[in-house]
Design a protein around this ligand. Sequence first.
Ligand SMILES: [Zn+2]
Length: 192
Amino acid sequence: MKYFGIKATETDLADVERLGDGITRLEDAVTNLRQREAGITQSVNPPKFIMKHYVGEFMRQVGVELSPITVPYPVYVFEYVSAGGNSSQRTIVTLNRQTIDAMIETMSQRIRFRKSVAGQRALMTSRLRSMIKARDNHTCRYCSISIAAEPHLLLEVDHIIPVSKGGLTAPENLQTLCWRCNRAKSNKVISR
Ligand SMILES: [Zn+2]
């Protein structure tokens, strides 16, 4: 997901699911073809030694092209070599159904996490906090006190609609408050 730029979003998840569906259809088609070949073999019921030694010849005679067909799974090799070149590590990932299923599972979990209270809290990074404070000119949105007026003022970033009430960690739901106003607000929310 990291190296191919696949994000845990619903759009990317839908793409991966489509890919999984495509591969599943291809696998089913190959299985179906094999079963047909087996069916032909059974219906003709040639002696065992023919099937053992002359299977290609036999199939050609009955007009069946024996298919060496397999699903062409893309294979990715990730190789890490240390700066000095002394150690290396190699991981091979085959993009087959198991890999895709595991990816779908991981993506769904991350999307679910994002939507959860814990996920929303995790999105509240220090980078986002600085961004919101800068956006609000380092000024409390309630009482308008600012860093300019009070250099040691403690500013906090508050969820306008609390996360516990379904509020999102997104710029439009965030505001800068001084610690006093923020305490006053949380007391109100709790007592409500
Ligand atoms: Zn304030």
